[in-house]
Design a protein around this ligand. Structure first.
Ligand code: PLP
Length: 392
C-alpha cells in the first residue's frame, strides 16, 4: 500500500486507487482510467456523479448564504420541508447530516412519545439483519451479524425479531414497547423485501397495541424503488420515516419525518449545528424537484425492469440465483460463486459493484442511468462470469 495513504484511518479495505472526478455513471481515477459505477456512493448519487442540477444549486446557494444555524429559518430549509410534507403523509421534518442521525432522532422521538403518552414505555422492536447506522444507538438497533459483541455496552431498549415474521413481533410486544422500526427493503441485509401481507399485518398490530411504526427509508426512499417512498408500494401509513442517502444526491443530508400526532419534541429536545443548513437543503430541494416528477419515477421503474431482466438472463446462463428488490435497488444471488470474488474481478475490469453478503451482488446505479450504461454493465459482468465459469 502506498505510504501516501498512511494518514487515512484504515476503517475499511480500500483499493490502491484515488478517484479524481466523476460524471453520470462514470468515475475516473488519477491515471485517467474510467470505472462504470453501479454503487454510486451506496445509493447516494441519485442523479449520478456531479450532475449540473446539483452543481448549479450549490453554486447559486453558495453565493447567497451558507449557514444561519438551526435557530433561524432559511429559505431552502423551509422549501424542502414543504416539498417533503406535501408529497408524503407526514407533517413535520427535522433535517440531519446522516441517516444514522435521522434514525437517532426517530428513536428519541419515539421515546419522548412513550414518556408522554405511554407511561414511559421505551422499548423498540427491530429486525434481524436490519441496518440503521453506526452511532451507538443505531448500532444497538441494527441486527447486523457480528455487531452484537462490538462496542459493549450497547444502548438498552432494543429487542430483535426475525424479519417477515408477524408472530415474532406479536410475541415481542409488551407494555414497555413504544415502536417497531424496520426497513421495508433491507438494504445492507442483502436487498430483502418485506412481504406486503406482513407489512399490512404489522401496521394493524402496532396500531392495535398503541405502538408506533417507524420506517427507515434511508436507502429505499427518494425514488429508488420507483415510488417516491417505499411505504407507498405497501399502502400503509407509518408514524415516523427517516430519509438519507439519495435525498442529498451526494451531499450530506438526511431527514426525520413524523405525523403531527407523534411529533412531540419540545424546544431543546432535539437539534444539531448543521440541521437544515441552506447549502445542503438547497441541493435537496433541487434533487427533489427532479426525482419527485411522476415521469421520472416511471422511468426508474422501467429501468429497474430492464436491469432485472438482464440480471435474470445472466442468472439463467450461469446457473445463479434469484433477483430481489424493486426499482433500481436490486440484488442478484450468485449461487456457488463468491460475490466478493466477483466484486474484486469487476474492479479490475473497471466496474464498481457491491456485495452486501458473499452470496449476492447489489446494484444501485444512478436513478437516471441510461439503458446504454445498463447494457455495458451487463456485458462486463457477463464477461467476468465467463472467465470465472471457465476457471471452475
Ligand atoms: C445507509 C443507511 C443508514 C445510515 O446512513 P448514514 O448516512 O451512513 O448514517 C441507515 N439506514 C439505512 C437503511 C441505510 O441504508
Amino acid at each position: 500500500m502506498s505510504p501516501q495513504f498512511d494518514a487515512v484511518m484504515p476503517i475499511t479495505h480500500r483499493p490502491d486507487t484515488v478517484f479524481v472526478r466523476g460524471s453520470g455513471s462514470w468515475l475516473e481515477d488519477g491515471q485517467g482510467r474510467r470505472y462504470l459505477d453501479f454503487i454510486q456512493g451506496w445509493a447516494v448519487n441519485a442523479l449520478g456523479h456531479s450532475p449540473a442540477v446539483i452543481r448549479d444549486a450549490l453554486n447559486a446557494q453558495a453565493q447567497r448564504l451558507l449557514n444561519t444555524g438551526p435557530a433561524f429559518y432559511n429559505e431552502p430549509m423551509v422549501a424542502l420541508a414543504n416539498r417533503l410534507v406535501s408529497h408524503s403523509l407526514f407533517d413535520h421534518v427535522f433535517f440531519t447530516n446522516s441517516g444514522a442521525e435521522a434514525n437517532e432522532g426517530a428513536i428519541k422521538l419515539a421515546r419522548k412519545w412513550g414518556a408522554l403518552h405511554k407511561g414511559g414505555a421505551y422499548g423498540i422492536i427491530t429486525m434481524r439483519n436490519g441496518f440503521h447506522g453506526r452511532t451507538l444507538a443505531t448500532m444497538s438497533a441494527s441486527g447486523k451479524a457480528g455487531w452484537d459483541a462490538l462496542f459493549e455496552p450497547k444502548v438498552p431498549g432494543f429487542s430483535k425479531v426475525a424479519f417477515n415474521d408477524i408472530d415474532a413481533v406479536a410475541q415481542a410486544i409488551d407494555d414497555n414497547t413504544v415502536a417497531v422500526m424496520l426497513e421495508l427493503i433491507q438494504g445492507e441485509g442483502g436487498v430483502v423485501e418485506a412481504d406486503p401481507e406482513y407489512v399490512q399485518q404489522l401496521r394493524k398490530l402496532t396500531g392495535e397495541n398503541n405502538v408506533l411504526l417507524i420506517v427507515d427509508e434511508v436507502q429505499s426512499g427518494m425514488g429508488r424503488t420507483g415510488e417516491l417512498f417505499a411505504y407507498q408500494h405497501y399502502g400503509i401509513a407509518p408514524d415516523i420515516m427517516t430519509l438519507g442517502k439519495g435525498i442529498g444526491g451526494g451531499v450530506p443530508l438526511a431527514a426525520l419525518l413524523a405525523t403531527e400526532q407523534v411529533s412531540c419534541f419540545a424546544p431543546g429536545d432535539q437539534g444539531g449545528t448543521y440541521s437544515g443548513n441552506p447549502l445542503m437543503t438547497a441541493v435537496g430541494a433541487a434533487v427533489f424537484d427532479v426525482v419527485s416528477d411522476a415521469a421520472f419515477l416511471q422511468r426508474v421503474a422501467q429501468r429497474g425492469d430492464y436491469l432485472r431482466a438482464g440480471l435474470e438472463r445472466l442468472s439463467q446462463r450461469f446457473g445463479l440465483g434469484a433477483v430481489s428488490g424493486r426499482g433500481l435497488l436490486l440484488a442478484l444471488q450468485t449461487g456457488h460463486y463468491s460475490a466478493g470474488g466477483i466484486v474484486a474481478v469487476a474492479f479490475d475490469n473497471q466496474l464498481l459493484l457491491n456485495a452486501p453478503r458473499d452470496d449476492r451482488l447489489r446494484f444501485m446505479p444512478a436513478l437516471n442511468v441510461t439503458g446504454e450504461a445498463i447494457d455495458e454493465m451487463l456485458a462486463r459482468l457477463e464477461g467476468i462470469m465467463e472467465g470465472m465459469s471457465h476457471e471452475q
